[in-house]
Ligand binder design. Structure first.
Ligand code: NOJ
Length: 580
């Protein structure tokens, strides 16, 4: 007989009825992270974000490409308060603007419209209204560093030296004997300079050659982009995810980057001059000022992990640049307790006061974490433990569509690939298309994603791994995500609580405490995760109280009492314990 499943808390009062009021947990030595005090904390601190890759979420018209009406038809799935709903707080839409789609939307040809593949502005307004009706916020993706080469601004810019938009982009003469202006490399391979025969100069592109970089030192560029920001804020969007922000500034005297030995391609030089200039911080400061005229807008930045000062430098002084900045360290790390421990002990506390951490394991640019963390071990068990970490570590979690059902990286043949970056490095690098396959809704044809032919093949495991099947199985990964999301929403300790690492566990384990003062006393939650393939048992003498295991990631475990003298964790098991 299976043990009694964990309790489901239908509402906040049911959760707090089982929460013994207590005192603050004072015996643990070091306090690691104390949330900044706000009389009314901003919504994005306790929110859970869900990234939708619009190409792949839901197709409504049978063309094999996801669209806005498709997303709208799935809003109840994301949040409507019923048991079949995941219960997230905000969606981030990867770009939906008109685009030639060389970089699948990150090459924008018109910032104030919707690509016809996805729908119309009317569809967008309706989606926004319907999302807001459910209490779901909507975040747009904003690509500031570059446009598409098909954008009117660039078309005009390339017409002649005298074009009124000439200075909107980064043009330069070549060196003698037809050599490029300097040695800079593009992130997606090759030189970052392309000769334009019409313009009779080279233009700079930090990514694909179809993505010319804007010149942010030129005031009209800023004005135009801030008009774009106002356009969407006036429509009612709740914020922006800002693409590639550390590329915004470059040294326009065009010096060569110093050479770096022993590495390949893009990493073969020190990127001293082609990115990471102070002006990027100035631009973020301006944007912050602009959005402060609108209530409750969130700015979320994407910066390269190796930008000087780390991505956290884009929090500015904690209140004058971005609200949230992605930290990709856990998105690139293996399944090891010390990587997660270092993240919590070094990186989170390094965030400037007033800043707020983000927790992100997967997105549209990296292989899905179920396979990354799963390498060399039990991928399912690790994905379950990762869900516990994602939703209980201090900071704002970002889910990537489909991770809640355990979607894996698609196994694609070369002829299936669509992304130029993936094609360019195939089969030597995993690329990005495998993490972009269609959402697996049910076991019907094409996983319920489309009635047509999907733009990327659906993963063949869809008949096992899909929402319809997992939502009715209380022991599925989906149900674990949902319980954790539900619990988190009711728990001040998990949403905004202080955080401390607990010492004394084996090296392969990670134990931390979240605690917050509530009207009913101190709420204290302990999270323990075993990263090893073997079970382990240990005692935590610094934890003075007993508790109750509210969630175990082992699907066969049941509710149990927890004693700090005998903590037992199965292989890759995580436990969430409410301390009494
Ligand atoms: C980062 C985005 O996440 C990625 O998908 C895109 O290709 C580059 N920026 C360039 O815009």
């Amino acid at each position: 007989m299976l043990p009694r499943p964990f309790p489901r808390f239908a509402d906040v009062s049911a959760y707090f009825r089982c929460l013994n009021s207590g005192t603050r947990f004072a015996t643990v030595q070091h306090k690691m992270f104390e949330p900044p005090h706000h009389p009314t904390p901003p919504w994005w601190q306790s929110a859970v974000f869900y990234q939708i890759y619009p190409w792949s979420f839901q197709d409504s018209n049978g063309d094999g490409i996801g669209d806005l009406r498709g997303i709208q038809s799935r809003l109840d799935y994301l949040r409507d308060g019923t048991t079949a709903s995941l219960g997230v707080d905000a969606i981030w839409l990867s770009p939906i603007y008109p685009s030639p789609m060389r970089d699948f939307g990150y090459d924008v040809s018109d910032y104030c419209n919707i690509d016809p593949r996805f729908g119309t502005l009317t569809d967008f307004d309706e989606l926004l209204r319907e999302a807001h009706r459910r209490g779901l916020r909507v975040i747009m993706d904003l690509v500031l560093n570059h446009t598409s080469d098909q954008h009117d601004w660039f078309r005009e810019s390339r017409t002649s030296h005298n074009s009124s938009r000439r200075q909107w982009y980064c043009w330069a003469d070549g060196k003698a004997f037809g050599r490029r202006p300097n040695n800079w490399n593009a992130r997606f391979g090759g030189s970052s300079w392309t000769w334009d025969p019409q313009a009779r100069q080279y233009y700079l592109h930090s990514f694909l050659k179809e993505q010319p970089d804007l010149n942010w030192q030129h005031p009209p560029v800023r004005k135009a982009m801030w008009d774009v920001v106002r356009f969407w804020l006036d429509r009612g969007v709740d914020g922006f995810r800002l693409d590639a922000i550390n590329w915004l500034g470059k040294d326009m005297r065009w010096p060569d980057n110093p050479f770096r030995f022993g590495l390949r391609g893009y990493t073969r030089q020190h990127h001293l001059y082609d990115r990471d200039q102070a002006i990027a911080h100035e631009i973020m400061g301006e944007l912050r000022q602009l959005v402060s005229a609108y209530p409750d807008v969130a700015l979320i930045g994407e910066a390269a992990a190796d930008t000087p000062g780390g991505p956290a430098s884009f929090y500015g002084h904690g209140d004058d640049e971005l609200h949230l900045v992605f930290d990709f360290r856990l998105m690139k790390s293996p399944w090891r307790a010390d990587s997660f421990r270092r993240f919590l002990s070094d990186h989170v506390p390094a965030i400037p006061k007033g800043g707020w951490p983000t927790i992100v394991f997967s997105n549209h640019d990296q292989p899905r974490h179920i396979d990354r963390y799963g390498t060399g071990g039990d991928a399912q068990a690790r994905a379950r433990a990762a869900a516990l970490l994602l939703l209980t570590m201090p900071g704002t979690p970002f889910l990537y569509y489909g991770e809640e059902v355990g979607m894996r990286n698609g196994r694609l043949r070369y002829r299936d690939l669509r992304d130029p970056y993936t094609k360019r490095f195939w089969p030597f690098r995993p690329g990005r298309d495998p993490a972009r396959t269609p959402m697996q809704w049910d076991a019907s044809s094409h996983a319920g994603f489309t009635a047509g032919r999907p733009w990327l093949p659906v993963s063949p495991d869809f008949s096992q791994l899909n929402v319809a099947r997992e939502a009715v199985d209380p022991r599925s990964l989906w149900s674990l995500y949902r319980s954790l999301l539900q619990l988190r929403r009711m728990s001040p300790a998990l949403c905004r609580g202080e955080y401390r690492l607990i010492d004394g566990c084996p090296d392969d384990c990670l134990v931390y405490l979240r605690e917050a003062r509530t009207d009913q006393g101190w709420e204290r939650i302990l999270v323990a995760v075993n990263f090893a393939e073997l079970a382990c048992e240990f005692s935590l003498p610094t934890v003075p109280s007993q508790g109750r295991v509210l969630v175990s990631t082992d699907p066969l475990a049941g509710e149990a009492l927890w004693d700090p003298r005998h903590t037992h964790l199965g292989p890759n098991e995580g436990q969430l314990v409410r301390l009494i």
